[in-house]
Design a binder for this molecule. Structure first.
Ligand SMILES: Cc1ncc(COP(=O)(O)O)c(C=O)c1O
Length: 448
């Protein structure tokens, strides 16, 4: 197939990025139609964990289609039961009811609707508001866009979005309070109580946040005190705590779930990407059994059923992915390779445009600035992050863009989140290509 034909038949390819026809994938590599390979240093959108193109998964998919190609999600399938058991092993024991859908946005919608329905059943009908956090992303549907804070994704839809009050983010590099951790009072966490009181606690159903922020902020890791304060505040006002583990779930940050770093159990955890290592559309939420009890007591149905919820093919594929993750000890590997990646990225700190390097495990990010002292971002017209990404792509390594921008539309960071099977040599290749690219771009700026 010619590239022109690809362009004609793709709906809205990324402007400025030449469409590349990917013919095959294997391990950490994408192969184009000429056989040239690209190292996928972000696992697609921080999604691929066990590596690409694995035969065992293909075999599980074939078997699933032959055995049970489809059933309405009110029926059980063996793959769904097995998958539920495997997923529960990765979650805190309290989150013992698992619901499946197809993508992260759907999972977050499900969580919010569950929270609302729970309060209605509990006789608290006045609770309908969801609070979220600045610098977050929860999906592309109108409700999840309303909760999220990625300006470029929201801009054209603003009149259609709900008003969702947002608390300050734990963005320590640019602290919204102008303070430095550990000298601060974790004011960003205390902001939740302020917002709940402003809105009226009797109106607030839930607070949603990512354990470690992915592309909306670029690997923002909260201080250890953050989530314990959030949990206490939610408990004080009967507000459900929803954590969006769409990126962090199933090992990305070196632990089963992102929240494991903070010793706090949420009321609902949503998941997607890593659940199936992006082999099939599979997402969901895990809910505290103490909350679903109320539905059982009142014989109430959770009003959120999709044709493709718990699809037998997706469940079988995800079940095999989870089996591989466990059998090959890949979460421990994510922790080990994550340390390695973190160490090697720190070697780039000396470069003039590298402002901040952050993240955890295999969820890392670099923020670029034109002045390290003032942290002044590059002008928007430079389109720096996309320049970095396309230049690296032409050199055979793919990184994912981050979306933080200031009120002048400036802000550049990239995500580095490779599959857990990446080797140290492949990490060296990624970091080497990135260094070379940054040095070339810097030389261009220095030459004026
Ligand atoms: C933290 C987070 N939540 C939710 C989503 C939405 O997931 P999906 O694209 O599967 O709808 C994403 C996607 O990147 C994400 O990063």
């Amino acid at each position: 197939m010619e590239i022109e034909e690809v362009r004609d038949h793709m709906f809205l390819p990324l402007p400025g990025v030449p469409p590349i026809l990917i013919a095959r994938t294997e391990g950490v590599y994408l192969y184009d139609s000429s056989g040239a390979r690209i190292l996928d240093a972000s696992g697609g959108p921080m999604a691929v964990t066990i590596g690409l193109g694995r035969r065992e998964v293909a075999e599980a998919a074939r078997k699933a289609v032959e055995e049970v190609s489809y059933v309405l999600p009110v029926f059980a399938t063996e793959a769904r039961i097995e998958l539920t058991k495997r997923i529960k092993k990765r979650l805190p024991a309290e989150l013992d009811e698992v619901y499946f859908c197809s993508g992260g946005s759907e999972a977050n919608e499900a969580a919010v609707k569950f929270a609302r329905q729970y309060h209605v059943l509990a006789g608290r009908e006045s609770r309908f508001k969801i609070l979220s956090r600045k610098l977050s992303y929860h999906g592309m549907t109108l409700l999840t866009l309303s909760m999220g804070d990625v300006k470029m994704r929201r801009r054209d839809f603003l009149p259609m979005l709900w008003k969702v009050p947002r608390v300050e983010a734990h963005y320590c590099y640019r602290c919204p309070y102008g303070k430095d951790y550990p000298g601060c009072d974790i004011d960003c966490a205390l902001d939740l109580e302020k917002k709940i009181l402003e809105e009226g606690p009797e109106t607030v159903a839930a607070f949603i946040a990512e354990p470690i922020v992915a592309s909306a902020g670029g690997g923002l890791v909260p201080p250890p005190e953050y989530f314990p304060i959030i949990r206490e505040t939610c408990d004080k006002y009967d507000v459900l705590l929803i954590v969006d583990e769409v990126v962090t779930g199933f090992g990305r940050t070196g632990t089963n779930m992102g929240m494991d770093h903070f010793g706090v159990v949420p009321d609902i955890a949503t998941f997607a990407k890593g659940a199936s290592s992006a082999y099939a559309p599979l997402a969901g939420m895990a809910v505290r059994g103490s909350l679903t009890e109320l539905f059982k007591e009142k014989e109430a149905e959770f009003q959120h059923l999709y044709t493709f919820s718990a699809h037998p093919l997706s469940c079988a594929v995800a079940n095999e992915v989870q089996r591989i993750l466990e059998a090959e000890g890949l979460i421990a590997r994510a922790a080990e390779m994550g340390e390695c990646l973190g160490r090697k990225l720190l070697e780039l700190e000396e470069l003039p445009m590298v402002g901040d390097i952050r993240g955890k495990g295999l969820l890392r990010s670099i923020e670029f600035v034109q002045d390290k002292g003032t942290k002044e971002p590059f002008p928007k017209s430079e389109n720096l992050k996309m320049n970095i990404i396309t230049t690296c792509l032409l050199k055979g390594v793919f990184f994912y863009p981050g979306y933080w921008e200031d009120d002048r539309g400036r802000g550049d960071h990239i995500m580095i989140a490779p599959p857990f099977i990446i080797t140290e040599e492949q990490i060296d290749e990624c970091v080497g290509v990135l260094r070379e690219t940054l040095e070339e771009l810097q030389a261009g700026y220095s030459a004026g």
